[in-house]
Design a protein around this ligand. Structure first.
Ligand SMILES: [Zn+2]
Length: 254
């Protein structure tokens, strides 16, 4: 195989690895931010449930005071009845007592409703607290992972960049600039020919061209895919009886 083409295959592996490392380096802090947001939301739900419980408690205390006041009032009205002199006075007092009793019934119903709301909110609080614990654990894990990624990937990226620079310096400039142009627009600049097809764009290679590529006499020639413009290479181990996976040859070049 053409030595420059071999270098481009090796370069592409580094390029893809560098891209993967850059994406991982960018993604880790984004995952931390998302976890922080989830934790803040969970904390807000807990705070909201707690505030709602407190509000119901205050409401019930005021309802209980109200009921106590009205009971006291009824006792006073009953005392006044004992000393009432006219029928009109008695009727007026009776009306007032009935009014106070009706108010007490309403207050007690409202108190029951408040207790039911409290029960529902207490369940919601437990759920929110569990969600908060889970979100907090996730955040811890992601922060640790982000620190690992930052350390490992930064070091790995430096190695990849050094290897890239070395390969680029050794590669023919014309081939390199064509590779850069195609890689920039299509993501990769070299493709393996498999089963008479470009493995990147899946287009068929014309039979004559495919035979030329496989011909030992053309071992030093550089072919490109007529469809996508990527450099095309063929792995001679295709003819070997052992089974292999596409890309296997390239992987061995690292
Ligand atoms: Zn192609």
């Amino acid at each position: 195989m053409n030595a420059d083409l071999e270098r481009l295959i090796a370069l592409q592996l580094r390029d893809l690895e560098g891209k993967r490392l850059r994406e991982e380096l960018a993604d880790a802090p984004r995952r931390v931010t998302a976890a922080e947001l989830a934790l803040r939301k969970a904390e807000a739900s807990v705070t909201e449930a707690e505030a709602s419980l407190k509000k119901e408690e205050v409401l019930r205390r005021s309802q209980e005071n109200d009921v106590r006041d009205r009971r006291g009032k009824i006792v006073r009205l009953q005392k006044q009845m004992e000393t009432a002199t006219s029928a009109a006075q008695i009727t007026a007092l009776e009306n007032e007592i009935r009014f106070a009793e009706a108010a007490i019934t309403t207050l007690e119903d409202e108190e029951l409703a408040s207790m039911e709301r409290t029960e529902t909110t207490e369940a919601a609080l437990l759920t929110a607290q569990a969600a908060r614990s889970a979100a907090s654990a996730t955040l811890t894990t992601r922060r640790e992972r982000a620190a690992e990624v930052l350390e490992d990937d930064t070091a790995a990226f430096e190695v990849v960049e050094a290897a890239r620079a070395e390969i680029r310096a050794a590669t023919d400039e014309a081939l390199l600039s064509q590779y850069d142009r195609v890689a920039k627009s299509k993501g990769t600049g070299v493709s393996e020919g498999v089963d008479q097809k470009c493995s990147a764009c899946q287009m068929l290679v014309r039979p004559q061209r495919w035979n030329d590529m496989k011909d030992r006499a053309n071992a030093n020639a550089v072919y490109t895919c007529e469809s996508c413009g990527r450099y095309l290479y063929w792995d001679p181990r295709h003819d070997a009886p052992v089974r292999w996976k596409p890309g296997d040859m390239g992987a061995q070049r690292t």
